[in-house]
Ligand binder design. Structure first.
Ligand code: NDP
Length: 373
């Protein structure tokens, strides 16, 4: 039976049955309707970065807010034209099920809250975009994937670099064989952590230190730049435990990744230095991104021998004038409309968390840890 409510129409778009039942103009209107997002957690990322991006979107719009701070939520709602009826808190969150304007919940909360708010969203009949790292453990990631599958909802992880033109161009060039046979991948990612009482430095809320937060960019890049899955990891941790920031979580962790083709990955993650770089070496040249995954100013260089060329900013994969965040938001919107799987689904987040667990195990046990295929 065809579901003729609004969401059903969007999902059924293209079906002759739906078209004949509602007529072509109504179907076109359903396809034109932007997908509605509720942002959960109005912090540095949700409020500072994501909310202002809806103006750059073609297929997505901001329709609701979820916050523990009613005054902030009211102010943000007024600024972005969100009706006050569409403001929720963590207690009445489940009542989003009764709001047909909300299609997707975007979870921008401390990591320990990702699983709960993803699972509650799926049970409320909503699709989910969840920030990285996906959760504090692979068991939580598995529960999130299962809940979204059971509810028949999409789950995407906020890996914005999969929508960043320089990173996409780097991948294209590597796959096209421009630097020859791949030899090794190197990435250093870090920033200087601040306030010792911040949730990022509390293990119960973050799940871990620099690796979970920033080193995950190096890990994820090692997989998308090589196009391979690592088969083993070896890690060494260096943390000054007398530093009040690092009582609970690690500062520096260096990890080596072994890939099936023989490519070696070598990554450094840290909370005590600012660094943001990716290097992919082949036997005919190299591809370098520096900064590689920052919010702006990403630069791609491709070179062979001792020479080096700075390439002009590519436009691969993104509409002119748009941003990686708009690309990410609109990608999920299009996946919902066309009933496709996102390119960075929950399984992608789970893969990184499984490798991160193996990296921590390796550092703890001081031995190489094999990864499941
Ligand atoms: P913030 O601390 O700035 O914001 C988190 C928000 O979560 C708070 O403002 C608050 O919103 C809400 N919250 C609810 N309960 C708590 C609690 N107990 N402690 C703290 N905050 C709480 O974090 P970020 O915005 O930097 O990070 C949020 C998520 O986004 C994380 O998963 C992080 O890894 C990810 N992130 C991703 C980035 C990317 O580039 N993809 C960059 C930065 C972060 P409210 O007051 O509205 O309730």
């Amino acid at each position: 039976m065809v579901d003729l409510n609004r969401r059903g129409l969007v999902l059924a778009a293209g079906s002759t049955l739906a078209a004949s039942a509602i007529g072509a103009p109504a179907l076109a209107a359903a396809q034109d309707r932007k997908i509605g997002y509720a942002i959960v957690g109005l912090g540095g990322y949700g409020l500072g970065i994501i909310i202002p991006q809806f103006k750059n979107c073609q297929h997505s719009r901001l329709v609701a807010l979820v916050s523990g701070d009613p005054a902030k939520a009211k102010r943000v709602a007024a600024e972005y034209g969100v009706p006050e009826t569409h403001i929720y808190n963590y207690q009445n969150y489940d009542s989003i099920r009764n709001n047909p304007d909300i299609d997707v919940v975007y979870v921008c909360l401390p990591v320990s809250m990702h699983a709960e708010y993803t699972i509650r969203a799926a049970r409320a009949g909503k699709h989910v975009m969840c920030e990285k790292p996906m959760a504090v453990s692979s068991a939580e990631c598995e529960a999130m994937i299962a809940a979204c599958k059971q509810a028949g909802k999409k789950l995407m992880i906020g890996y914005r670099c999969h929508f960043e033109p320089n990173n996409l161009e780097a991948i294209r060039r590597a796959r096209a064989g421009e630097i020859g046979k791949l030899r090794y991948f190197r990435s250093e990612h870090g920033f200087v952590a601040g306030n010792p009482s911040a949730w990022r430095l509390k293990k119960a809320m973050s799940g871990g230190g620099s690796l979970m937060d920033i080193g995950i960019y190096a890990l994820n890049a090692s997989r998308y730049m090589t196009g391979e899955e690592p088969v083993s990891v070896y890690a060494t941790e260096r943390t000054d435990r007398s530093d009040p920031r690092f009582r609970e979580v690690e500062d520096m962790i260096e990890f080596e990744l072994e890939f099936p083709s023989g490519v070696l990955g070598s990554c450094m993650s840290m909370y005590s230095a600012n660094r943001n770089q990716i290097l992919l070496m082949g036997d005919k040249g190299r591809i370098e991104l520096e900064p590689a995954t920052s919010y702006q100013g990403i630069r791609l260089r491709v070179g062979s021998g001792m020479g080096e060329a700075v390439t002009p900013p590519p436009t691969t994969g993104l509409r002119a004038g748009t941003t990686m965040w708009a690309g990410q938001l609109d990608h999920l919107a299009q996946c919902i409309r066309q009933n496709r799987e996102p390119i960075v689904p929950g399984e992608e987040g789970l893969r990184d968390i499984r490798i991160i667990e193996a990296i921590y195990q390796s550092a703890r046990e001081r031995r190489r840890v094999a990864l499941r295929a």
